[in-house]
Design a protein around this ligand. Structure first.
Ligand SMILES: Cc1ncc(COP(=O)(O)O)c(C=O)c1O
Length: 407
C-alpha cells in the first residue's frame, strides 16, 4: 500500500499556506513536523470540554484520566510497548534530564557511561552532567565522516566494560540522517549489564520503533516530530521503571509510569498525542493499530526513500553543494546536512526561507556532530529534511533553489 500524498497533505492546514505568493515547502528540518486537522481538533476539543486535572471524582477529571490512558496506549502501539511502560513530560530533553538524575544517583567514581558523537545534545549532555556529578567517566562512540557518518560500532568492545552503567545512542541522527546499528549497541551494553537509552526523536516520524525487538531499557521521542503537539514521550521497561528510584515530590505516585511524570501534564497535548498516532495508523492497514502503524511505516519508508534518492541525484549534479553523510537513500532518514561553497549556512537558510522553503542552519543542537565534521567555525551546515507529506515536486524545487545559489 503506497502513501496517497495528496490525501495526506490535504489533512494538514499548515501545508496549505503560502509565502510570498508561493506554496510553503514545510520540511521537517524547521524544528518539527506539521499537525493534521484531527490533532488540532482533538486538542481544541479537550479545551472546549473544560478539561481539568486528573484523579478527581467528576466528569472533566475522569475524561482527563481517560485521555491520559488513551495517549499511553497510543504511544505503546507506536513503540510496540504496553501502556504501563509509557510516561509523558514537557519534552524529550526534560525527560532525559530527569532520568539521568535518577540513574546518575546510583553511579560511583570508577563507573563509566558511554555516549555517541552522532547524538543530539539532549542525549549527550544530561549523561555528561550526571557522570560529572557522580565522579564517573564519560566515553565516546565516534562516527566516521569519511564513511557516510556511520557510527563506529567496532569501538564498542574497547569502550564498554563491567563498570559501564549506561549506553546512550540515537536511533537516527537529526543532523546527518544516519541510522546506526542500535541493536549492536544495546547488545554490547546488556552483555555487561548496563542500561540503554535510545533517542528516537528524529527516527520516529520516519521508521517503525520496536522496543521489544531493540530490547532497550529506555527510549524517548517527541510528539511534535511525529505530527503531534509539543510533548515528550518516555518508554521504560516495566521492571526498570519499577525498580529505579525516580526524582519526584512526595505526593506524586510511587508506581510507574506515574512516578516518572513531574507535575501536571499538558492534557490537551495528550489528546493530540493519541490523535497523532491515529493519524499515522490511518496511513496503513491491518487489524490492530500496531499493524496499521507497521504498514504505514513501510509505505512512509518507500515514499521517503524516493524523495531522498531524488534529492541525492539532484545535488549530485551541483558541484557547489557538499553533502555530509550517507549518499544513498537507504540506511538513513531523508534528512540531509549540506554546505554551499562560499555562502554562510545562515544566508542559505534565509535565501531559501524567502522563497517559502523552510530549512535550518547551524548545529540544530547536534553539537558533537558539527564539531566532529569540523564545520563549527563556519556556522555549521544547512539541514534539509523531508517527511512523508513532501512531494517530488518539492524536492525538485529545493534542488533548483540550491542550483541557483551557485556563485
Ligand atoms: C534527535 C533529537 N533528540 C532530541 C531532541 C530534543 O527534543 P525536545 O525538543 O523534545 O527536547 C531533538 C529535537 O530536535 C532531536 O532532533
Amino acid at each position: 500500500m503506497a502513501i496517497d500524498v495528496s490525501r495526506a497533505r490535504a489533512q494538514f492546514p499548515a501545508l496549505q499556506r503560502t509565502v510570498g505568493g508561493r506554496p510553503a515547502a514545510y520540511l521537517d528540518g524547521p524544528g518539527g513536523t506539521q499537525a493534521p486537522e484531527s490533532v488540532i481538533d482533538a486538542m481544541a476539543g479537550y479545551m472546549r470540554a473544560g478539561g481539568s486535572n486528573h484523579g478527581g471524582p467528576f466528569a472533566t477529571s475522569r475524561e482527563t484520566d481517560a485521555i491520559t490512558e488513551s495517549a499511553r496506549s497510543a504511544i505503546a502501539d507506536l513503540f510496540g510497548a504496553t501502556a504501563g511502560e509509557i510516561a509523558f513530560g514537557q519534552n524529550m530533553t526534560s525527560l532525559t534530564l530527569s532520568v539521568s538524575r535518577a540513574l546518575g544517583a546510583t553511579w560511583k567514581p570508577g563507573d563509566n557511561v558511554v555516549v555517541s558523537r552522532l547524538d543530539h545534545d539532549a542525549d549527550v549532555w544530561p549523561w555528561v552532567i550526571a557522570a560529572r556529578d557522580a565522579g564517573a567517566e564519560v566515553r565516546w562512540i565516534d562516527f566516521d565522516p569519511t564513511d557516510g557518518c556511520r557510527l563506529r560500532t567496532e569501538m564498542l568492545d574497547e569502550l564498554i566494560d563491567d563498570r559501564t552503567r549506561l549506553v546512550a545512542v540515537t536511533h537516527a541522527s537529526n543532523a546527518v540522517g544516519t541510522i546506526p546499528d542500535v541493536r549492536a549497541v544495546i547488545e554490547a551494553a546488556h552483555a555487561v549489564g548496563a542500561f540503554t537509552y535510545v533517542d528516537a526523536v528524529h527516527y520516529s516520524p520516519h521508521g517503525l520503533v520496536d522496543v521489544v525487538d531493540l530490547d532497550t531499557d529506555f527510549l524517548v521521542a517527541s510528539a511534535y516530530k511525529f505530527f503531534g503537539p509539543h510533548t515528550g514521550c518516555l518508554y521504560g521497561k516495566r521492571e526498570v521503571l519499577e525498580t529505579v528510584d525516580a526524582y519526584k515530590i512526595r505526593p506524586a505516585p510511587d508506581e510507574p509510569p506515574d512516578k516518572w511524570e513531574t507535575g501536571t501534564q499538558s492534557f490537551e497535548s495528550l489528546a493530540g498525542v493519541a490523535a497523532a498516532v491515529d493519524y499515522i495508523a490511518s496511513l496503513g492497514s491491518g487489524e490492530t493499530r500496531r499493524d496499521r502503524i507497521r504498514t504505514a511505516f513501510t509505505a512512509i519508508g518507500a515514499h521517503e526513500r524516493e524523495l531522498a534518492q531524488r534529492f541525492l541525484d539532484g545535488i549530485a549534479g551541483l558541484p557547489h553543494v557538499t553533502l555530509f553523510g550517507r549518499n544513498v537513500a537507504d540506511g538513513r532518514t531523508p534528512t540531509f546536512a549540506i554546505s554551499i561553497d562560499g555562502i554562510h549556512p545562515d544566508t542559505v537558510a534565509e535565501t531559501l526561507g524567502d522563497q517559502g522553503i523552510f530549512v535550518w542552519s547551524g548545529d540544530y543542537y547536534a553539537v558533537e556532530v558539527i564539531r566532529r565534521l569540523g564545520v563549527a567555525d563556519e556556522g555549521g551546515l544547512v539541514r534539509i529534511g523531508f517527511a512523508h507529506y513532501n512531494t517530488l515536486d518539492e524536492v525538485d524545487r529545493v534542488v533548483a533553489a540550491l542550483a541557483a545559489l551557485s556563485l
